[in-house]
Design a protein around this ligand. Structure first.
Ligand code: NAD
Ligand code: SER
Length: 341
């Protein structure tokens, strides 16, 4: 990893991954790319290109301009947005991935390797998948367009590895919880919104039923795991579809109870909407023993540790008092529905 391109750099994951990789590799060695203009902080922090990742020629130009050897391809339309606009989800998720894989194949034919990271999701599983301790190899018949693109994407990645030797690695992320950048239209977004609403309003109306259990992970674990996968020796990476990747699982009510411990008086109401059906089709817990055995994956944050860290950061962000810590001087503008880097 010497010259890195992160597509979807403005998103929930990209905005944190770019920060971490720039710290490790140097600001000029990590280029951000997104359809959306960068935030002020992002713009100042290093090279950034605004491009639609479905534009293959544009992508090729950027790859050549910066002599990119590694791509973290994070562009994607997530589950809830994808159900509102399935055609867009198919077009963006599949075309952009095919572009990246094709560029790597063409570059390899000229004896240069481009390493690719592409994220799959727990959405690659479906209602007929075993929902408890979902194994690495199992039934994968998703019922969302997002899930369809993740299964197709996994198979495409494996195909490019087997047929052309493209070094493409992948993780099936669970729902990711973070406080820096708002999530972008997924079914698991409630697990972020609940913290924002607790800090700002002391209450939250959840769009999933209280007993809904989903696999989740705190962003620092996800970022570390992603980089560890890409740093692992190629001979350790035996799975070229995508690795099960897990940390914690909890129900909405269990998370609400954790939040209440940190915000006394917090109340959570429940008003399930169309996202309930999506959540019901996904696993509750994931068996990620293959990732742990093959490249040493290990999570650090359990639910309590994640909730405590999340709350402390959000209280600081919004200028609320944090136990044992001086409150931030000024109120900041931020909301999970309003993206901010
Ligand atoms: P996000 O929605 O926060 O970010 C995606 C970014 O891609 C956005 O900044 C958006 O502007 C950009 N984008 C969309 N279409 C584009 C296009 N055509 N060209 C260029 N940029 C475009 O998503 P995220 O949560 O950061 O997810 C990144 C990847 O990780 C996705 O593939 C997603 O499926 C996967 N994933 C995320 C989670 C999660 O909980 N966040 C879980 C599982 C998998
Ligand atoms: N967080 C993602 C979503 O809910 C899972 O892939 O869409």
């Amino acid at each position: 990893m010497k010259k890195v391109l992160i597509t979807g750099a403005n998103g929930q994951i990209g905005s944190e991954l770019i920060f971490e990789l720039r710290k490790r590799l140097g600001a000029d060695s990590v280029v951000g790319l997104d359809l959306r203009e960068p935030g002020e902080e992002q713009q100042k922090a290093g090279p950034y290109e605004v491009l639609d990742a479905t534009d293959k020629a544009g992508l090729e130009k950027i790859m050549a301009k910066y002599q990119i050897d590694t791509i973290f391809h994070l562009v994607g339309i997530l589950s809830a947005t994808g159900e509102k606009n399935p055609n867009l989800a198919w077009k963006v998720n599949m075309t952009s991935l095919l572009n990246v894989l094709e560029i790597a194949r063409e570059t390899k034919a000229k004896n240069q390797d481009i390493h690719i990271f592409w994220p799959s999701s727990i959405a690659a599983f479906g209602p007929t998948t075993p929902r408890e301790h979902t194994p690495q190899e199992t039934v994968m018949v998703p019922t969302t367009m997002y899930g369809v693109t993740k299964v197709a994407g996994e198979l495409l990645c494996q195909y490019y590895y087997l047929k052309y030797g493209v070094d493409v690695r992948s993780i099936r992320y669970p729902g990711l919880i973070s406080w820096k950048t708002a999530p972008g239209g997924g079914t698991t977004d409630y697990a972020v919104a609940i913290f924002y609403e607790a800090v700002q309003n002391g209450k939250y109306e959840c769009y999933l039923e209280p007993g809904t259990v989903l696999p989740m992970m705190y962003m620092p674990d996800a970022i570390r795991g992603t980089i560890e996968l890409m740093d692992a020796p190629a001979e350790n990476i035996k799975t070229r579809t995508s690795y099960n990747f897990s940390a914690v699982s909890f129900s909405c009510a269990e998370l609400a109870a954790e939040v209440k411990k940190l915000v006394p008086g917090f109340e959570c109401a429940y008003n399930p909407d169309s996202r309930q059906k999506i959540a019901n089709s996904w696993p509750k817990t994931i068996d990620d023993s293959v990732a742990r055995a093959e490249w040493g994956w290990k999570h650090e944050f359990d639910t309590r540790k994640m909730a405590t860290d999340m709350m402390a950061n959000l209280k600081h962000k919004f200028g609320r008092p944090v136990a044992g810590q001086k409150a931030a001087a000024s109120e900041q503008q931020a909301h999970p529905t309003k993206r901010k880097i």
